[in-house]
Design a protein around this ligand. Structure first.
Ligand code: SF4
Length: 430
């Protein structure tokens, strides 16, 4: 099929001069992908893609978007479908309805090729054939479905074990890194934590009733491969509290191969707290009290260094992208928590549930939990969740504890006194 205005047996290929420019250059282009579907996809996919490309080019010409939302859902669900209706359906009828199904991926993104084929086959039958693994939200984005086919596609996905994800003011689809199945730095069972929390709170995902979106993300270590700290309202990130493990023989091998200068420049000098020193005999020493578990040295000397054995998680609350008060990183709320036994996982689920309940009860419309904390103050948040103030609740490692560590007891006592005084003053006023 050619790109020019050729009359096909039953349709015409829309010319796309504006879009064609997006294929220039060395980088991959989504336009090339759309054209491939238009030219080589299943017959119903080809028609839809042709009109989609036509509408997109029309948008570029007029600098106007022509999609509007609406309401489309499947039985029993209040979210998970992103409806899109075209405002130029008379010109591009095949893509007049182009809804997206957000489908939850398996925790850790572990698929078999067989499952991937089944997913693609279902989407070829009922949708446009266009799939994004994975969208910003972490979902598999099945893009381009008519209202009529939405239920059919969902039923088939459901039959092979997949479920819709979150959209709107609801618990959103969660993400976890590839984790302990394939990564030696993993500090806990991310897949289990991910699944148990989402399964426990699934109603909040399928029946949107929260003030705004709420996201959980799970990273196995501080490399934070799913960007939990700045994109999740509730970030669970693996860490350890004993000493970094050092294999001195591997350290020597590393230095023999790369040189002392290289090791000094790329490891010692890059340690944010200067906790590492190199001995004359090419062995390493780490001042573990100063180490902030940033993972840098472990990433560079993967064979020689590894996380300690006393592993667990840190929980940060309130990370998000720009909205009312700008970007926020998660605030350290639980500096360390073991996550090994059934009881540990139950404790995590229970804590997650309490945070979501707090959010549901206290957040304003269209407000993320980080903004709620900013509005009401961290002490009120900690008090509501019955979390004791801990000097490890830091904003930035070693520089900005919420409570000064040298006289923590005194500071904490003052804080409790203040709260008690406020409470009794409030009671007296009533
Ligand atoms: Fe330094 Fe980070 Fe290595 Fe700790 S993990 S010793 S802070 S580089």
């Amino acid at each position: 099929m050619k790109d020019d205005d050729v009359q096909d047996a039953d349709r015409k290929i829309h010319p796309t001069p504006q879009l064609d420019q997006l294929e220039d250059g060395p980088w991959p282009s989504f336009v090339t992908g759309l054209k491939r579907l238009r030219d080589e996809g299943a017959p119903n996919n080809q028609k839809m893609m042709n009109d989609l490309l036509g509408q997109l080019n029309h948008s570029y010409e007029n600098r106007t978007g022509y999609w509007k939302g609406g309401t489309v859902s499947v039985f029993g669900y209040g979210g998970g479908i992103i409806p899109r209706f075209s405002e130029v359906a008379d010109k591009f009828p095949e893509s007049k309805e182009f809804h997206t199904l957000r489908v939850m991926p398996p925790a850790g993104y572990h698929y078999t090729t067989d499952i991937l084929r089944q997913l693609c086959d279902i989407w070829e039958r009922h949708g446009s054939g266009l799939v994004a693994f994975h969208g910003q939200s972490g979902d598999i984005m099945f893009q381009g479905c008519t209202s009529e086919n939405t239920q059919k596609a969902f039923d088939e996905f459901n039959e092979i074990g997949f479920d819709l994800g979150g959209a709107g003011p609801a618990l959103r689809t969660s993400m976890s890194c590839v984790g302990h199945a394939r990564c030696e730095q993993s500090c806990y069972d991310e897949v289990r934590a991910h699944r148990s929390i989402i399964n426990k709170l699934l109603d909040e995902m399928h029946r949107p009733a929260l003030p705004y979106k709420f996201k959980f993300k799970f990273s196995g270590c501080a490399n934070d491969c799913v960007n939990a700290i700045h994109r999740a309202d509730f970030a669970v990130i693996g860490t350890w509290r004993d000493d970094i493990k050092i294999d001195q023989e591997k350290v020597k091998e590393h230095i023999k191969e790369k040189g002392r200068r290289y090791t000094t420049d790329t490891v010692l000098k890059m340690c944010p707290t200067r906790a590492i020193s190199l001995n004359d005999d090419d062995t390493l020493e780490i001042d573990n009290k100063s180490c902030v578990r940033c993972m840098h040295c472990i990433n560079v000397m993967t064979k020689a260094l590894s996380p300690g054995d006393d592993r667990g998680v840190s929980i940060m609350i309130g990370g998000k992208r720009a909205l009312k008060i700008g970007d926020l990183m998660g605030i350290m709320i639980k500096p360390f928590m073991k996550l090994e036994t059934d009881e540990d996982f139950e404790e995590l689920e229970d804590f997650a549930e309490r945070v979501v309940e707090f959010f549901a009860d206290n957040a304003l419309e269209h407000e993320r939990v980080g903004e709620t904390i900013d509005r009401i103050g961290l002490p009120a948040f900690l008090e509501a969740l019955e979390i004791d103030v801990d000097p490890n609740m830091v904003n930035h490692p070693r520089t900005s504890c919420y409570v000064r560590t040298d006289d923590f007891d005194e500071e904490a006592a003052k804080w409790f006194e203040r709260k008690a005084a406020e409470k009794s003053a409030g009671a007296a006023a009533e």
